[in-house]
Ligand binder design. Structure first.
Ligand SMILES: [Zn+2]
Length: 228
């Protein structure tokens, strides 16, 4: 079921959003997109979705956040679950709250003391690739803002904690002492941590094919597990 919170009280707006999201007991949407486009003189599916989003917020009652207990806010029909399914990550609202909290911590100059240094040149190729992927998916250049396991969601839809634990075991990231569940890049003994250090990793020639193959297998397995 989809719950709607309307932004407009106009009858035609309420009707359009309601028709778009109407779902039967079997989890099937009741109105065809093509019919909605014709009936409302809208040129494309993307424009229809945009219009519906402006009219109402949609919450999927089949996706309950384990952190706040709220329903996941969804943007389009393909985001909806036909039947109740456990969520393996916090809802978007919780993740946004966590991101804001982390950036506030960083902007206040509250980045904690860096832990014991490591030698980046000793890190395996698979660890380097995971760190670069984490930087890209966290949206934090140089991993300067403490990152959380959820920052891996864009990389792998399955249990992202597996990759996080690999980085922890390699001492490439260390738990933040100020933000529970968040991690910082361990500094290199020469380069420290931050953009320069990550750029050094980016320039590394990755040629340990066995390590990279194992990483690829892990990623493929986690990807598959997400659909069970
Ligand atoms: Zn939540």
């Amino acid at each position: 079921m989809i719950q709607l919170t309307f932004h407009s009280a106009a009858q035609e707006d309420v009707e359009l959003a309601s028709r778009y999201w109407a779902m039967n007991a079997a989890g099937k949407f009741e109105n065809e997109i093509a019919d909605l486009l014709t009936r409302n003189h809208i040129a494309s599916k993307a424009l229809l979705e945009k219009r519906v989003r402006s009219l109402a917020d949609a919450y999927d009652t089949n996706q309950v956040c384990l952190q706040c207990g709220g329903y996941e806010k969804i943007r389009r029909r393909s985001d909806a679950q036909r039947a109740a399914a456990p969520m393996h990550r916090p809802c978007l609202a919780c993740m946004n709250r966590m991101k804001v909290k982390r950036s506030k911590t960083a902007s206040k100059g509250m980045l904690e003391q860096r832990p014991v240094s490591i030698r980046y040149d000793d890190l395996g190729d698979d660890t380097v690739m995971l760190l670069l992927a984490l930087e890209a998916s966290s949206g934090s250049p140089g991993l300067q803002i403490p990152c959380a396991v959820d920052d891996y969601r864009k990389l792998a839809p399955g249990p992202a904690s597996y990759f996080f634990n690999k980085l922890r075991q390699a001492n490439a990231i260390v738990e933040s002492s100020q933000t529970k569940g968040a991690f910082l890049l361990a500094p290199d003994i020469h380069l420290g941590a931050g953009t320069n250090a990550v750029n050094h990793l980016r320039g590394r020639e990755l040629n340990d094919s066995r390590a990279l193959y194992r990483l690829w297998l892990d990623l493929a397995t986690v990807d598959c597990m997400a659909y069970f």
